[in-house]
Ligand binder design. Structure first.
Ligand code: ACO
Length: 320
């Protein structure tokens, strides 16, 4: 028994923020951002929170799958930017979409979150524990961004993507996940700091901090490695893959991964130019675009691959 994607959905906020808009806020320019990252614009939440975006994406995924929310047994949501410490965003989504029969929880794996959520849900479905699951990647990094730091604030956008998966005979073929906590300091975002009446400190929030070059080196080494691993371990050849749906962190990272895999760039779809890096949401948003544009046919083999804070990485090979 495995798990098949039966529907996808996504949501991005309406507000478009261009590179020119950012140049009015920090010392940057369109040329720098485009040549280093491939990003032209991103969507930034005005009133939408993480759970709102996640619920919208989930409704669309359920509509695409043609099932009612009451059929869901499981909701796993990946985020680094939940609206509350608790309840979890997954529980908020459950309430919004009225998935009263589902158990719901969040996982934290930063930009690898969707692959981790899919792999976790797949394990439940493959074991026969549950039959139908909703997996969501949703992030509102604009609230964790230091808008005075030009090195990071130009990179991110807000959004959510979702997929409904169901136990079946075909679907997920193999998955790999990895983490390296010892190198976690190259990409961090502090949560509420310690502070209480006894130590006299006031709790504060931190912002995203990144050693961009170390993240770049990590990504261009680890992503091809884990893609090769997921293919080798399942006896699948590179040529059988229609698309490598990679985390959208940076155009140059996608390009470098394609080069290292010796694959044409046409097999590495991208939408980073329009949405920037939406963290755990990039892969499901891109997957939803491919699905809605009719670019995926039943039987196609694709690889989803993510990498990010933790450090974490993961790849899922699936038959559409
Ligand atoms: N506009 C103009 N100049 C800038 C900007 C900006 N937005 N940001 C930095 N600079 C300047 C720096 O101050 C520096 O100036 P200096 O030479 O006078 O000191 C110069 O540009 C080069 O800065 P670097 O940080 O060395 O730039 P680099 O070439 O490494 O590019 C980048 C930065 C694009 C972030 C790159 O390191 C990268 O692609 N890293 C991958 C990390 C990534 O994509 N992270 C996304 C989030 S994490 C994730 O999703 C897993």
């Amino acid at each position: 028994m495995t798990s098949k994607v039966i529907g996808t959905g996504s949501y991005v906020p309406e507000r478009v923020v261009t590179n020119e808009d950012l140049a009015k806020v920090v010392d940057t320019n369109d040329e720098w951002i485009v040549t280093r990252t491939g990003i032209h614009e991103r969507r930034i939440a005005m009133d939408e929170g993480t759970s709102f975006m996640a619920a919208e994406a989930s409704r669309r995924a359920l509509a695409d799958a043609g099932i009612d929310a009451s059929e869901l047994d499981l909701i796993i949501l990946a985020t680094s930017s939940s609206d509350h410490c608790f309840p979890s965003t997954a529980c908020e989504v459950q309430a919004e979409i009225r998935a009263k029969n589902a158990v719901a929880f969040d996982i934290s794996a930063a930009c690898s979150g969707f692959e981790f959520a899919l792999s976790t849900a797949h394990a439940f479905l493959a074991s026969g524990t549950y039959r139908t699951a909703l997996i969501v990647g949703a992030d509102c990094l604009s609230k964790l961004t230091d808008w005075t730091d030009r090195g990071t604030c130009v990179l991110f956008g807000d959004g959510a993507g979702a997929a409904v998966i169901q136990a079946g005979e075909t679907g997920v073929i193999h998955m790999v996940m990895g983490s390296d906590g010892a190198r976690g300091q190259v990409l961090t975002c502090t949560a509420r700091t310690d502070g209480n009446v006894f130590n006299g400190k006031t709790p504060e929030f931190g912002y995203i901090q990144m050693d961009g070059q170390e993240v770049f080196k990590f990504a261009v080494k680890k992503v091809p490695e884990c893609i090769r691993q997921v293919l080798d371990e399942s006896g699948t050849s590179m040529d059988e893959i229609k698309y490598f749906v990679l985390h959208q962190a940076n155009y140059r990272i996608c390009e470098a991964v394609a080069k290292r895999l010796k694959q044409p760039l046409e097999k590495v779809p991208m939408n980073i130019d329009r949405f920037g890096n939406t963290s755990g949401a990039t892969v499901p948003i891109l997957l939803d675009e491919l699905n809605r544009e009719g670019k995926l046919e039943r039987g196609d083999k694709i690889v989803l691959a993510g990498f990010g804070g933790g450090l974490t990485w993961g790849a899922v090979l699936l038959e559409w």
